[in-house]
Design a protein around this ligand. Sequence first.
Ligand code: PLP
Length: 403
Amino acid sequence: MSRVAGNELVMDRGEGAYLWDTEGRRYLDATASLWYCNVGHGRARIAEAAAAQMKVLETYHTFGRFATPAALELAERVAGMVPIADARVFFGSGGSDAIETAAKLALRYWNALDRPGRRTIVTRANAYHGLHAFGTSIGGIEANSVGYGELIADVARVDHADAEALQRLVDERGADSIAAFFCEPVMGTGGVFPPEPGYLDAVQRICRDNEILFVVDEVITGFGRTGAMFGSDRFGIEPDMMIVAKGITSGYLPLGATIVAERVWAPFWAEDPELMFRHGITYAGHTAACAAAMANLDILEEERLTERVLELEGPLLEALRPLEQSEHVLAVRGGVGLLAGVQCRDQATADGVAAECVSNGVIARVIANATLQVSPPFVVDQSDIDLIATTMQDALAAVPSPA
Ligand code: PLP
């Protein structure tokens, strides 16, 4: 906090891809806040949908037999959008909640099947799955789990790009010890790593061959970010569980969901009253948040924003590619939707570049691996993309050369 004190940036207003701070300075939001503002800022229609819902019923819980029309409509809509046959939806308040739900459900599932030895959750180096206890433990960004001791046992990690590493782990430990494998279709906070060709197919096959639950974290990639509705569509995979949050409302209200295939939900619908998934949080499926999500999805579909993302993915990478010429840049990664990362040679350089960009009116943010996150709202145009690239170019030129 000592680094923040006296240096706060207080955001006041937003419209489209732009923001204004309390001093009236304008910024291009090159990160869509924390990767979530897919439809852009200042959408009165979403605010009105939430307000209209609140006037009728602000919210009601969704425990047991209780539900609301907004939660039911959204669950049905989302279940119909995902590439999972006969999906069921379990709402929460955000991504970390949904990860927690998926991890607990994976363990509960194997217990329900009388195979409690399947306990290990496998994830990848550099993975980010939120910061609740499960997310912190299964995440692969080391710095995030330092200083707590062991939060959750039975966690294993494999290389992020090598499917054979998963196979080796299964061979070493035995499939009967592994509950689930979690992965992001395009790794986000770890530094923006699109999957190697064939990687996702290969890990899906290893999971299927070994009965391991294949859990796909689409918190960033869901709802258009990759140029398809979901990363799973883009890469042709069919998860056993899918995690979504962020883009489901574009951040207008907090919401997340764990979307579950029949294999996983079926035991809990069986006629055994003892067999239940005793889990839920107060604001799961918050009614006004569901109403906001419906309006957000209407905008996404009516304005064909996912198609727009696909059209812009090439131009974004093309605009950023020249940054690789800088002595400060190790790599530019992208080419899948409006998602890119500019990896700098070290953390101090990345921090300096990000600060310079913000001073010059483009919001930049440093994620793991000294990488600058680029993930603008879907409403950006070519001139906005060029502004991101030229501002980063200027910022790279302004930071000191390596000694
Ligand atoms: N999973 C992924 C891939 C994420 O990027 C994030 C957040 O950035 C999360 C999970 C956690 O979501 P939340 O911050 O809404 O809890």
